[in-house]
Design a protein around this ligand. Sequence first.
Ligand code: 0WE
Length: 255
Amino acid sequence: MLLEGKKGLIVGVANKRSIAWGIALGAHREGAKLAFTYQGERLKEPVTELANSLGGNPPLFDCDVTNDPQLDAVFQGVKEACGGLDFLVHAVAFAKREELEGEFLPTSREGFRLALDVSSYSLTALAQRAAPLMTEGGSIVAMTYYGAEKVIPRYNVMGVAKAALEASVRYLAYDLGPRKIRVNGLSSGPVQTLAARGISGFTDMMKVVEQKAPLRRNVELAEVANAAVFLLSPFSSGITGEVLYVDCGYHILGM
Ligand code: 0WE
């Protein structure tokens, strides 16, 4: 029971395949009490159903991460429902589909702005509001990807957004360290999620990982979840500002 008595907010559940949902299951198994956000009315019912399957009717909040007044309401709600907060999981990203096809060069100003607002700035917006609730210290984990660091064809503006996210992890870790709040990135190998479904060539990418990664396979959602639980738990008490790779070793390769 790595997270016994801990309270956490999970941002980014869309369905049962979501990385956020995998992490929620891991955290629940380890004894955490969870609250969830969902993005808009369309996702209210599916996320409510998943959350309720954990028992104890977890608190749920409508949350578009680009909407500051709504973010204020989410954390007001978390404060009222849970008292404080021990951890936060950020598993949110969006770029326009056309920006994830072809080249990076034609990226539009609006596409760039949108991708970085939803996928990068949102971590800071959430951390600003979560930190005052983390009175006993805390742990923040943000999902990231290797395309932040090296060119992955077609990841394009999302790579730039994840680079900004990873830098944000370091600056937030520096600012929040004195309050005993840790901030880390978790860089997962490709996982078949709803987000991944919409990406052309995704299945071929998974085949490449299978052939080349040291472990000769793709990562499983449960493995990502277990690493997230570690980063959320006191077992990682000396780790902050770090990006932990859970990618079957793929990122160590030069060729
Ligand atoms: O971060 C991601 C993908 C996030 C994502 C997915 C979509 C699909 C549907 C962001 N925005 C959208 N917008 C949509 O309209 N990953 C790490 C998965 C991913 O996406 C890729 C990848 C990998 C890996 C896109 C191109 C190349 C590789």
